[in-house]
Write a protein that binds this ligand. Structure first.
Ligand SMILES: NC(=O)c1ccc[n+]([C@@H]2O[C@H](COP(=O)([O-])OP(=O)(O)OC[C@H]3O[C@@H](n4cnc5c(N)ncnc54)[C@H](O)[C@@H]3O)[C@@H](O)[C@H]2O)c1
Length: 255
């Protein structure tokens, strides 16, 4: 049976997870490879990218690690060049790199704001800047930006919330500006996902219980649930879907 992403070439940015466990980018890179894609696993932590690649290869998939910090334009350009040299084309860009810290207006620092926007917003912009010309040359492409339900249902961090709002706007811009080049751009508004990033905050205790009360499905997501949606958006099954800010949140935004 033909797999949905057979021979597509995909760059996953933030393809690792900082500590042991399964993050969103890692699960998504593995899922893309399971569906037949060749995946360049980009992460600022080389060992994290390598760990994802090892998981893919253990299953017989095709993946390669690449160390790059998306806050550096040079690194973003190098990542896109690596994809072109290795695979000859760039079909899908999955922008997942993220950080989560900070507080409200009084407690978050200017540095929290700057570092968050550098990774989440500037990083996405720079990856798009270098990927889009290659996609246009290749006749089109797909961009998936990992946003958060916090972009429309603010969480306690002002810098995180605002940065994900900017991701939504960037996604709408990309969809409206580059649709004519057969480039689709969509955002995943993830809800609470059990990843190593979230565990220190909501791993157990009263806070987790309070959050669970707010989620209609009554549980956190697994990273594989976001990965499955990303694989659909990356595939030709989603060929008429662009400019969508898609909640994958167990109903949180509807409640
Ligand atoms: N876990 C959740 O509940 C949740 C909810 C909503 C949105 N998200 C989003 O999902 C994405 C992934 O989150 P996660 O929970 O899997 O976290 P994670 O920390 O496990 O994975 C993030 C990866 O991004 C990489 N990264 C960070 N800064 C980078 C940089 N400058 N350049 C390149 N790579 C960099 C990290 O090294 C790490 O491997 C983030 O964008 C996050 O905001 C997560």
């Amino acid at each position: 049976m033909e797999r949905r992403l057979q021979d597509k070439t995909i760059v996953v940015v933030g393809a690792g997870t900082r500590v042991e466990g399964m993050g969103n980018g890692k699960a998504t890179a593995i899922q893309f490879a399971r569906e037949g894609a060749h995946v360049l696993c980009v992460d600022s932590v080389e060992s994290a990218a390598q760990s994802t690649v090892n998981s893919v290869r253990q299953e017989g998939g095709a993946a390669f690690p690449f160390a790059a910090d998306v806050t550096s334009e040079q690194d973003c350009e190098r990542a896109v060049t690596e994809c072109m040299v290795r695979f000859g084309r760039l079909d899908v860009l999955h922008n997942n790199a993220g950080v989560a810290f900070g507080g409200d207006i009084q407690t978050a620092t200017e540095d929290d704001w700057k570092r968050t926007f550098d990774v989440i917003v500037k990083g996405m912009y720079l990856m798009c800047k270098h990927a889009i010309p290659r996609m246009i040359e290749g006749g089109g492409g797909v961009i998936i930006n990992v946003s958060s339900i916090s972009s429309i249902r603010p969480n306690p961090s002002v810098n995180y919330t605002a940065s994900k709002g900017a991701v939504n706007s960037l996604t709408l811009f990309l969809a409206s500006r580059y649709g004519r080049y057969n480039i689709r751009a969509n955002a995943l508004l993830l809800g609470f996902v059990d990843t190593p990033l979230v565990k220190p905050l909501y791993g157990e205790g009263k806070l987790r219980e309070a959050v669970l009360q707010r989620i209609p499905l009554g549980r956190f997501a697994s990273p594989w649930e976001g990965a499955a949606v990303a694989a659909f958006l990356a595939s030709d099954e989603a060929s008429y879907i662009t400019g969508v800010l898609l909640p994958v949140d167990g109903g949180l935004s509807a409640a």
